[in-house]
Design a protein around this ligand. Structure first.
Ligand code: FDP
Length: 324
């Protein structure tokens, strides 16, 4: 409405919103359509793929190809980024996790899709007429490995008691709720602002024994009221990044998936989970950190790179960093 978005980018974003509507409908019907359970394959990260992971990935990939504006797509469910031949307009690089939190699907708990859109690096645009498959793949990887600071747009769609699409193009964060009676996303959250502080923490505390002493001290301190003392923090953990993140930016507090002695870089992926969520958090006045500095400053070395992740209210993230 403010005419601050490039027409080509708007086409990509509108296609993503269509993919999200399709996935929302699949998620709602999963239990009665035989779409719960495992697909029988593991992805590149050794995780069991659910049937809906695979279907949602196809939905995203097909729609992005059909935009004619996408040059490279990288998904959690694909081993390597893929070059799109049918590119006629913009040459955007789109990274996405088509169905995050999918271990919740069979219990009908919240899930979500996450994406980020980058401009293509002009030196990395694949040339299908002259380059072989190995060269095209190399260029795709280079094109995808951009720091979050370069993001043009990031968003997520949460499939929960309602379907909510949250998006930023670098000028604030807006939320749109799907009105199922007309099948359209209607703006419901104008310029979301993360409260500066909030007494809710969202960590998988089952991993406590494997955490560093600093992190253990931090967690213990929340139970006696944190920096300013007083009432202990409340624990809330769905185990679905999109749901936990959405609550955190609306209510304030902190979400964290730290590294531990078994997985020093934690579990979440930099490119299509932590960077887009950090961009959204910062645009809403919050923060996204790996415990030492901004997530958006990290230059990815690998497509499926993992990174410790802490996000939410600025004061809460700063307080955590003081223990790391
Ligand atoms: P899932 O494996 O179900 O896809 O990104 C992966 C993710 O879910 C996040 O959505 C979620 O926050 C996290 O893993 C949960 O991991 P734990 O079960 O280790 O807490």
């Amino acid at each position: 409405m403010e005419e601050n978005i490039d027409g080509e980018l708007a086409v990509v974003l509108s296609s993503i919103s269509l993919a999200c509507k399709q996935i929302a409908s699949l998620v709602q019907r999963a239990g009665i359509m035989g779409m719960t359970g495992l697909a029988g394959e593991t992805n590149i990260q050794g995780e069991d793929q659910k049937k809906l992971d695979v279907i949602s990935n196809d939905v995203f990939c097909n729609i992005l190809r059909q935009t004619g504006r996408t040059g490279v797509i990288a998904s959690e469910e694909e081993d390597v980024p893929v070059a799109v031949e049918e590119t006629f307009g913009g040459n955007y690089v789109v990274v996405f996790d088509p169905l995050d939190g999918s271990s919740n699907i069979d219990a009908a708990v919240s899930t979500g899709s996450i994406w980020g859109i980058y401009e293509s690096d002009s030196t990395c645009i694949p040339d299908f007429s002259t380059e072989d498959a190995a060269k095209i793949e190399e260029k795709c990887v280079m094109n995808v490995c951009q720091p979050g600071n370069n993001l043009l747009c990031a968003g997520y769609c949460m499939y929960s008691s309602s379907t909510i699409l949250v998006v930023t193009i670098g000028q604030g964060v807006y939320g749109f709720t799907l009105d199922p009676t007309v099948g359209e996303f209607i703006m419901s959250h104008h310029k979301i602002q993360v409260p500066k502080a909030g007494k809710i923490y969202s960590f998988n505390e089952g991993n406590y024994a494997m955490w560093t002493d600093g992190l253990k001290k931090y967690m213990d301190s929340l139970k006696t009221g944190g920096k300013d003392g007083g009432k202990p923090y409340s624990a809330r953990y769905i185990g679905s990044l999109v749901g936990d993140f959405h609550r955190t930016i609306l209510y304030g507090g902190i979400y964290g998936y730290p590294g531990d002695s078994k997985n020093p870089n934690g579990k979440l992926r930099l490119l299509y989970e932590c960077a887009p969520m950090s961009f959204i958090a910062e645009q809403a006045g919050g923060a996204g950190s790996d415990g030492k500095g901004r997530i958006l400053d990290i230059m990815p070395q690998k497509v499926h790179q993992r990174v410790p992740f802490f996000t939410g209210s600025v004061n809460e993230v700063k307080y955590l960093e003081s223990f790391m």
